[in-house]
Ligand binder design. Structure first.
Ligand SMILES: Cc1cc2nc3c(=O)[nH]c(=O)nc-3n(C[C@H](O)[C@H](O)[C@H](O)COP(=O)(O)O)c2cc1C
Length: 203
């Protein structure tokens, strides 16, 4: 199993990085291979809404995203990790998601020719961390992730969400949550659990 994971946090050794590494450690224990990319290290321009991809299925912008498209398409699991910034994902993660419009266009073009088949064994997974504990704090990120994964041609697999972590390194001190994140990563790589494809994980 191949996992492609992107981290949208600009903070090195931050809570999202800690979370995604724990999750991927679990997946690795279950036999998966992974690649983890820090979006803030890459030059990814925002979508310019030119409509070019609607004609060709490819994005006209030539930047680091061009190397990510084939990785998304080849992955069995795509993991989108981001802290919550103003009730949504970070600007870095949003630029990545918006540029997946090209994959949506590619999918539409293939569907029109009858050449598209959903692969139910693939899936997208959201990981997120927020400082606060509000009931709705992850709602925006979940909606964005669901539609992003749909554009990538991936059924939504589930999420692992951590509330109440703010300072850099705070999550690294919470061994219980990290153990549960590892377990969720193992389940993701193993293909699901008895409660469904993946269970919801909210701390
Ligand atoms: C610009 C900015 C906006 C934020 N907005 C929210 C928010 O709306 N709700 C919340 O609970 N936390 C918010 N936070 C806090 C982060 O989600 C929190 O510090 C998180 O642990 C950061 O993860 P990281 O260490 O991976 O970067 C915000 C932080 C920043 C810097």
């Amino acid at each position: 199993m191949r996992i492609f994971a992107v981290n949208g946090s600009p903070r090195k050794k931050g809570n999202t990085e800690t979370l995604v590494r724990a999750f991927l450690r679990g997946a690795e224990q279950a036999g998966a291979d992974f690649e983890l990319v820090r979006l803030t290290d890459l030059h990814i321009q925002p979508c310019i809404g030119c409509g070019g991809c609607e004609k060709t299925g490819e994005c006209v912008l030539q930047d680091a995203m061009q190397e990510l498209y084939p990785k998304i398409q080849a992955a069995d699991r795509v993991v989108l990790a981001s802290p919550i910034y103003f009730y949504g994902i970070t600007a870095q993660a949003k630029a990545f998601v918006d540029r997946c419009q090209a994959l949506w266009s590619y999918r539409r073009l293939r569907e029109r020719k009858g050449e598209w088949r959903d692969d139910p064994l693939r899936a997208g997974f959201l990981l997120s961390v927020a400082a606060t504990r509000g009931q709705k704090v992850f709602d925006g990120a979940i909606l964005t992730a669901r539609y992003a994964f749909e554009a990538m041609g991936l059924p939504y697999g589930g999420e692992f969400l951590v509330r109440g972590k703010d300072g850099r390194g705070e999550l690294a001190l919470d061994s219980g949550t990290l153990a549960r994140a590892e377990e969720a990563g193992r389940k993701m790589a193993a293909g699901g659990d008895e409660e469904g494809y993946f269970s919801k994980n909210q701390e």
